[in-house]
Ligand binder design. Structure first.
Ligand code: ADP
Ligand code: 5GP
Length: 186
């Protein structure tokens, strides 16, 4: 049965790093590329990282009911394409999604057991802040907002199907790989 594998984590927990590894090991997973109003980062690629659109375009998509779910996250809008998900599921594919806690809750409500959410937890808020600073992709104000939001998101760390502590990257990935393998085989 096709599945929705949702990776959820506060910003800076290491989600993108882990998703890159999943991409290599699980070729069969179709990745949902979200739409966002956030500015593109230097290392990002249009249509691969996200579809980068204006607030006006995003609003139009909401009006046309193009999103399966959408949310305001760290002062920017993010949304999951309804047609993409529907098409992949219709074709029997499993899907990988990197979305926030609001999006994970929305998709779990729609798809129930077909959707499995894995929460990636940082070792501490201090370490998460260090990672965001070292990543060098966000301004100090943006980092402050993401750290404040992380404190709230971490309260939900045990609300999902699985929780992985991303302290040692390789150990965290080993656990993640095992979980995804099991989910895809059930
Ligand atoms: P997210 O996608 O969750 O915002 P990233 O994957 O961009 O997070 O990771 C944030 C930063 O932390 C990156 O610079 C990444 O290289 C680093 N990082 C990720 N996992 C670990 C880890 N286990 N230990 C140390 N640094 C890590
Ligand atoms: P970033 O700006 O760091 O790429 O992402 C910020 C947050 O938005 C992350 O938690 C990411 O998972 C989340 N996000 C990305 N796409 C979507 C989406 O389509 N829907 C929702 N709800 N969250 C998303």
């Amino acid at each position: 049965m096709s599945k929705l594998i949702i990776i959820v984590a506060p910003s800076g927990a290491g989600k993108s790093t882990l998703v890159k590894k999943i991409r290599k090991d699980f070729n069969e997973l179709k990745e949902s590329v979200s739409y966002t109003t956030r500015k593109m980062r230097a290392d990002e690629i249009e249509g691969v990282s996200y579809f980068f659109i204006s607030k006006e375009e995003f609003q139009k998509k909401i009006d046309h009911d193009d999103f399966l779910e959408w949310a305001l996250v760290h002062s920017n809008y993010y949304g999951t394409s309804k047609s993409f998900i529907k098409q992949q599921l219709d074709n029997g594919h499993s899907i990988l999604l990197d979305i926030d806690t609001q999006g994970a809750d929305a998709l779990k409500a729609i798809y129930a057991d077909k959707a499995k959410a894995i929460f990636i937890c940082p070792p501490s808020i201090e370490e998460l802040e260090k990672r965001l600073i070292n990543r060098g992709s966000d301004s100090p104000d943006v980092i402050k907002e993401r750290v404040a939001n992380a404190k709230k998101e971490l309260l939900k760390k045990n609300d999902y199907d699985f929780m992985i502590l991303n302290d040692d990257l390789e150990a965290a990935y080993k656990e993640l790989k095992k979980i995804i393998g099991e989910v895809l085989n059930t």
